[in-house]
Design a protein around this ligand. Structure first.
Ligand SMILES: Cc1ncc(C[n+]2csc(CCOP(=O)(O)OP(=O)(O)O)c2C)c(N)n1
Length: 667
């Protein structure tokens, strides 16, 4: 569209109508909020309508957008269903998120509003991931991220911008600079009120609309930008505008003193609707015709509000639905094989097979294409698929995870590799606020099929930030699955399970298992979400996780061959937990009911951990079967020291396992 087209009367009327719709909807939201029907903290965009409508006028229906806490205007302008929006705001089951997302998570996939997320900056990465999916799938769509000026201060913005630039992705970044983040003016937070000049150095093309309340200026600029974006040139557009109401809620907040009424008056006089209304009148559009537009909007709102009130509240059992799903394919376990393979080779085979089976599987991470191929894991996949599907990435753990979430929303199955699980703490927001929760917040409609593969080290000198085993923290969050394969067969089977699961799954490999060799079937198989009963006994239940299993077996041998208890050999159930979430509580509880004794050996710390959870579950469920209080062995309650003189006392060791078995099984 050019200026000539823009001034066409039908276009002007459409832009006016779209803005009017947002204004009147949010005024209705205000009323419903005041009457107590809406409980959620609504973030109104009254005064900012021109940005949403202007940008959307440059998009096709098939293009996709993502938004933030202030998402009502974007949702409506992209064609989101108004009835489902009101139902969502009222917390009803017919809401676009079935009442589970609320005002800050509006989305309408059909209309191309893919997602909204209120943690500042988070959704910007989703737009980049969508852009990546479009590029890999060769789809001629663009994605647009809407966000406020506050998001510029978040690392995720720069990580996302950088990635889009390096990979030439079809993404438009739209910053609605309304000059404040909550009660903080932009000049208190940033070196200048103008943002655009700080962004251009990232290799994206930049645009600035100084009066973002002028819908024609926004629309014209968006058309210019989108033309470039469609050709793989990411663009950034700043539109200066102003929020009339308080940050959240429906009132005015001039009395708070962080901004002046005079400043507000300037922008209220510069109302996007009033300006366009004047233009329509100048172009001889009659007052009657404008009133008819008002009437049409009113009717639509009345119907939408009626729909929302008639909709049922979600039932109580909805509380627990949509947290996660079980994979739809049948999993097979204990597949026998004469073929022997090393642990790393088995994992690499799993990655390769997944990529061979499904074109949507991509692999991303820092240094994935380097000569070592992440301990060899990625070499076969990289040799076969090259850099289009095995993507070396910038050092942006959080951004990358968000980009993977976005790519998953675009239909991909991304795998992210972090060379150490310690680095994953930088991605906590994207993994656990976003990936883990978006299925739930969308009422089960978002599918975040991402796999995160990472490693635990146990070597002298690795020190405090390279030797943690963080599985318990990761497993704390509903919505993710976490596994630690012990055998080569499970290294492959658990990776395949993770990749083809519909939820985010974290796989942590312990590097001290890398030299293990074992039977690994050559074909496709998955390791089910259950524990493995390594050996069957009657005297004691030993639950272990990951690398400690070898020491446990050694400890049992020592007890039997060196010490013996009352001249008898002890015969334990040894359970290799494999999955930390979901974990196989049935197998553990049935075993403890048989043996009456429990020892848990973990690769993590003791407090608030896997061992705490298992012992608590057994005590809650089966304490009367226990002949002795349960015991546990874990890492020492300190960060891991680098000095090999003391590091050797840090991890669970065989002597401790022997001592605990003797205490549990002795008289
Ligand atoms: C990561 C994060 N930090 C803090 C908040 C609390 N918070 C919600 S909205 C907001 C201000 C955001 O300002 P801006 O990005 O300019 O958007 P606006 O509200 O002006 O539309 C803040 C600090 C949050 N949601 N997420």
């Amino acid at each position: 569209m050019n200026i000539g087209q823009l001034s066409e009367l039908s276009t002007l009327k459409k832009l006016y109508y779209e803005m009017l719709r947002i204004r009147r909807v949010e005024e209705t939201v205000s009323e419903l909020y005041k009457e107590g029907h809406i409980k959620a903290p609504v973030h109104l965009s009254i005064g900012q309508e021109a940005v949403a409508v202007g940008v959307m006028s440059a998009l096709e229906k098939s293009d996709k957008i993502v938004s933030t806490h202030r998402c009502h205007g974007h949702y409506l302008a992209k064609g989101g269903d108004m009835s489902k929006m009101f139902a969502e705001l009222l917390g009803k089951s017919d809401g676009c998120c079935c009442g589970k997302g609320g005002t800050m998570h509006l989305f309408d996939d059909e209309a191309g509003h893919v997602i909204s997320a209120p943690l500042v900056g988070a959704s910007i990465a989703f737009a980049v991931g969508l852009g990546l999916a479009f590029k890999i799938k060769n789809e001629k769509k663009v994605s647009v991220a809407f966000f406020g000026d506050g998001a510029i201060e978040e690392g995720i913005f720069w990580e996302s911008l950088n990635f889009a630039s390096v990979h030439h992705l079809p993404v438009l970044f739209v910053c609605e600079n309304n000059l404040y983040a909550t009660h903080s003016p932009i000049l208190k937070r940033q070196p200048a009120a103008e943002i655009v000049s700080r962004v251009g150095s990232h290799g994206v093309k930049t645009f600035r609309v100084a009066n973002g309340n002028d819908v024609l200026a926004v629309s014209d600029t968006a058309h210019q930008a989108i033309k470039l974006v469609r050709n793989g040139q990411p663009c950034f557009m700043e539109a200066v505008t102003y929020r009339w109401r308080e940050h959240w809620g429906v009132g005015e907040d001039w009395h708070l003193g962080y901004r002046t009424l005079e400043e507000g008056k300037y922008w209220i006089d510069n109302c996007p609707l009033k300006t366009l209304n004047r233009l329509l009148v100048d172009k001889a559009v009659s007052k009657n015709e404008i009133s008819r537009l008002e009437e049409k909007v009113k009717q639509e709102i009345d119907q939408a509000v009626d729909f929302a009130f008639e909709s049922k509240p979600p039932s109580a059992n909805e509380l627990l639905s949509d947290v996660s799903v079980s994979p739809s394919f049948v999993s097979k376990d204990n597949i026998k094989s004469d073929r022997k393979l090393g642990y790393k080779e088995a994992a690499a085979e799993g990655l390769l097979q997944a990529m061979e089976l499904d074109d949507d599987v991509i692999l991303m991470g820092e240094g994935v294409d380097n000569i070592t191929g992440v301990y060899g894991h990625v070499l076969p996949a990289y040799q076969k698929f090259g850099s289009v599907r095995v993507i070396d990435t910038p050092l942006s753990e959080n951004g990358l995870t968000g980009i993977a979430v976005g790519a998953a929303l675009g239909g991909m199955r991304p795998i992210i590799i972090h060379q150490r699980n310690d680095f994953m703490l930088l991605a906590m927001d994207q993994m656990f606020n976003q990936a883990a929760k978006l299925r739930y917040a969308s009422g089960g409609k978002h599918k975040i099929s991402i796999t995160i593969l990472s490693f635990v080290a146990r070597k002298p000198g690795e020190g405090v930030q390279h030797s943690q085993s963080l599985h318990s923290i990761f497993a704390h969050f509903p919505g993710v699955k976490v596994g630690m394969p012990t055998s080569p067969a499970d290294a492959k089977g658990m990776i395949l399970m993770a990749i083809f699961d519909e939820d985010p799954v974290i796989i942590l490999e312990h590097r001290s298992l890398f030299d293990k060799v074992g039977p690994v079937p050559a074909g496709f198989y998955v390791t089910p979400y259950s524990a493995n009963l390594e050996s069957i006994g009657k005297d004691l239940t030993i639950v272990c996780l990951s690398a400690v299993i070898e020491q446990v077996k050694e400890g049992v041998d020592m007890v039997n061959n060196k010490y013996q208890i009352s001249g008898q050999k002890i015969c334990p159930d040894i359970i290799d937990l494999r999955w930390v979430r979901p974990y196989d509580s049935d197998l553990i509880i049935n075993s403890v009911r048989k043996t009456g004794r429990l020892l848990v050996v973990d690769t993590g710390w003791k407090h608030f951990s896997v061992s705490s959870e298992i012992i608590a579950a057994v005590c809650e469920d089966s304490h009367s079967y226990l002949k002795k209080p349960p015991k546990r062995i874990a890492m020492t309650e300190a960060p891991c020291p680098a000095s090999h003189f003391i590091e050797k006392y840090y991890h669970p060791e065989t002597g401790g396992i022997v001592k605990n078995i003797m205490e549990l099984c002795g008289e």
